[in-house]
Structure formats: structure tokens, C-alpha cells
Write a protein of this length. Sequence first.
Length: 445
Amino acid sequence: MSTPAQGAGRAPGAGDNPPEPWRAGLDRHAIGRDRGVVGIAVLTGDTSAAIAAWEVWHRDRRRPWTLSVDSERRAVIRAYVSAMLEGRDPVADVAAYLAPYTGQTAEELAARLPQQGMRDRLTFFRGLERAVDGAQLAVCQRLASGSSPDSLRLGPETVPLVAALRPNAPLPGLLLVDRTPGPATATEWLRAAATAALDLAAALPGFAVGLAVDRARLDAALGQAHDSFLLGRLREGRIDIAAAAPAPPAARPDTAPPPAAAAVPAGADAEVAPSDLPVAELERAARWVRVGLEQTRASTNTLTAFDEAVRLLHAETEGEQAGDRARSAAERFLFQHLAEHPETAGHFELNRTLPVRFGPRDVEVDLLSTSLAVAVEVDGWHHFRNADAFRRDRRKDLLLQSLGLLVVRCLARDVVTRLDEVMDLVLTAVRTKSQELDPADRQLE
């Protein structure tokens, strides 16, 4: 489910510093849209940074925005209509729109409509057929009866009809984000998403619509595109986003993206203990990751596991027992997340034991996929502060590698603060092993 986001930040003023390139690109896109130019902003680079830039730009203008990972036109339009109706009373909007045609006040009509039975409501709307455009009246009738956006026709022409119900309301921006598992599906997604976005842009001038896509995937899609019009719109709208996410306004730190990692002074130990991350930064980064999970339709179980991992990591002390609990919670969340990802769903097991001795007992793997031959180990802070634990992990890696497994190690804190980076590592391992292994050899004995 896409989740609308709205917030008030500072308004841009004459004393501002020159805008960053991405901000200037979005400004040019907005000017073109205001002048009736049909186009889409194509934010390339790190998708997390693209989402952050989109959020900052909309906050500066005190405008709402929404995110969707869909590319099919009906699903995209549904996400946008849902964002338009977010926080509104559709019956009150319909009443305000129809009141001038009925001789009643908006308040009177808003009180009357919910009390009508089906027959009375049908009679009421039939009486307005000569005064109100038929398509507009159909939208009003559906929304007045309490129907969801799914009950609407949900074509591009529906969007301006919904917008007309509250003409002075700011139009939400729409960002479509590529979350596809591989380059081939990304090209297909990009073409469909760009087509849907352009349909919306043509139907409803004056709102910001964009795509967030990995730079390499965009280049690959541009090289394969045959539609010259679509190709031109993608090239014209391209805006490169730096890898580091821009910092949102201080007015809403609760949804700010994670800050860039602090540089390590020359001569300092490059291994910074994961528990050294300040609590405030952990909370900010984790909240940003949670927003992404919500916007990509994570299940209630996954969100609950994420919240528990954050809670335990927040309370983590220098006691090894507390650190193990936090690490285990991060493992459970990552397992849930992998179970819902299309490329890893059904492949990983949590705390799987293999019949191979490692010290006094059989070796246990935090997250193991025997079919993909990938092992994921989630490390707590004590893995780095305890020399014996560090040495043990290296011996374990060698053992797992000797069994034909590709081993991925990540920090428990990174699982909840840098989830995209962790997933990139896991998916890279999965794709690497998938290319190496013959289908007959993909089951670890």
C-alpha cells in the first residue's frame, strides 16, 4: 500500500543558497508542469536518496506526496486517488461540490447523503443528470455511498474528476519506485511505470510525478527502448541524485533519512563498533527504514519484527546477553523481510542447523538457503569487541564456504538502519550463486 506523506518545512526564500542540482532539476520539472508541459521527473541513482530528495522538495513547498512500487496503470492511478482522498471526508467533498445544484447548503447535504437508502440516493443523483457532467456525477455517486477508490473506473480521466471535488486542495506528488528484483524486470517495470505516469501527467496538469530508478537499470532500459516518445520523455526528465540522501528539514526529524556515516579520522581504527551509533541517529535511521517498509507493503508481522529489533537494539547494553537478544531480533526481522521479497520468498530458513561439527556441536546458520546456497550471518557488537568471537566467525565462514555456501555477514544495526544495503548484499549473493549452480546441484545435502 502506498502511504501519503505530508509535512511542513521551511519555505524557500530569497536568501537561500544556490539549489543543489537535483533540486534545480525538480524545480524545472515543476515549472514545466505548471505551464502545461507533459513530462515526468526521472530520479536516477540510489533509490533511498531519490525518495529523500522527493520528500525534501515537497516539504519545502508544504505539499503532500505519495509513493508506489506498482507500474500497472490501474494500480498507479489507485495509489494516486487514494493519496488525493487521504485525510479527507469524501461525502463532505461531494456535498460541497453538488450543493450549488441542489439549493441546499453543503452541511445540510453532507448530513442527508449518508441517511439515504439506495433507492433515494439513486433518485437524488438522477435528478442531477442534466445539471452535472455524467462522469463527474458517477464519481460523486460512488464516493457519496462510501465506496473505496477501487469502485471507481480508475482511468486517467478519473483523476481530474476527483481533484475537482476540492479544487483548492494541493495536489499530492507521486513517486513510482523501482523495487523489481533484476535488470530484466526493471526494464519492463520502467516502461510500464513511465507510460502510466505520462498518462497521469497528461490528465492532471500541475502536479509532480516522478520515477525513482537505479542509474544502471535506467541506462539499460534506454538502450532497449523502441518507443521514441517514451525514450525522449525519460531522457528529458532525467535528474541524477547523489548517493548520499539529502537531509530533510529539521521540522520533521521523525521521518528523516539516515545520516551519512561519519568519516573516520586518519590513523583511527577503521572498525567502529556498531554500538557507537548515537541513539538519536539510530532512531532517525530506523524510522526512515520503517517508512520504506510501510510504503512497500510490508506485512504486519514484518513491521512487528522490525519494531522489536529496533527496541532491543535501542536498549542494547555492553552485556553480551543483551547483545545476543538484539541480534536475534534483527535476524527474525530480516528473515521475515526475505520471506516477503519476490526473489527470496520461501528460500531461507531461520537458525538452520547443518550436520557438520563446529566445535562441540553442529554448525548453526542464522539464515540459510540450501536451494540458493547462500548463508547470511547477522553479527552483534560483541563480535567485534571480542577477539575470540571474531576468530570463531572467520573459522565458521571457512567451514560454510567449504560446503559450497556463499556467506554474507551484516551488522544487526545495519539490518534496521541500512536495510537497502543489506538487501543489496544478499541479493547479489543470491544472483551470483544462481548463475554458478546447475539446477540439479542447488540443494545442499
